[in-house]
Design a protein around this ligand. Sequence first.
Ligand SMILES: C[S@@+](CC[C@H](N)C(=O)[O-])C[C@H]1O[C@@H](n2cnc3c(N)ncnc32)[C@H](O)[C@@H]1O
Length: 248
Amino acid sequence: MINAHNPTATPVATDLDPATIFETDWQIYRTLVDNNLLFHQEVSEILVQEMKTRFSGGFRFLDLACGDADVMSRALRKTAVTNYLGVDLSPQALAIAAKNMEDSPFDARLEQMDILTTLSENPGSYDVIWCGLCLHHFQSNEEKTQVFSTIRSALSSNGVFFSFEPVLPEGISLETFNRQNRQQFREHWSPPLTEEQFERLMTHIETCDFPENTHGWLTTGRAAAFSTAEELFAIPDCGYCRLFRFEK
Ligand SMILES: C[S@@+](CC[C@H](N)C(=O)[O-])C[C@H]1O[C@@H](n2cnc3c(N)ncnc32)[C@H](O)[C@@H]1O
């Protein structure tokens, strides 16, 4: 069994109850998304275009670690998707996702489940699998390759997997990367994050995130037997997170 660190649980000494911890950490994440600091808008536009071009006649979509499904609930309305499944470990995030998926013109289901369980229970089932900002919580390259293999197995024969993940620049250590990010993120992210929110986020990033470099992410896809592995988008200037496409 491979275990990812839970990104909604920041390892900071606290006497807060789990609901308050969720609320605190989710507020931080929402601030980043609402201010488009992680470029979700650009990423979702590329994904919509990809899905329109590839699947004009309907398709099945799996949203791994969907969180509140905010971005996808809006993006998928512009596509011909027929079936959506969103999975996440957090019941609080899924409750918000359920509201966001209300009135969706496609069949939308949400499940509180580990991504690996969902994947292994549904071989060959999905035309598109999307995972945003979760796979970097698997620590080693071997663990990541195993997850990618399971994702590939869950795809239909012409299926495609998109991932959006932090990327370690070539030739620098994770420690140096974290140090540089602290400086750069402070300039761009705080404000709107308060000082306390910024510190909490950085503690999470510095203790729970295990990004690969671009070559590493692409090689992981090829090692998992994907026929293609390409980078589609990088956050301008810093390239902190990148969108990758892997075809079965
Ligand atoms: C940073 S949020 C990303 C949400 C969304 N994918 C996005 O791009 O906005 C990460 C999410 O991954 C979920 N998560 C982390 N590990 C998971 C796992 N092993 N199985 C299912 N969900 C997981 C967390 O609960 C959280 O909602």
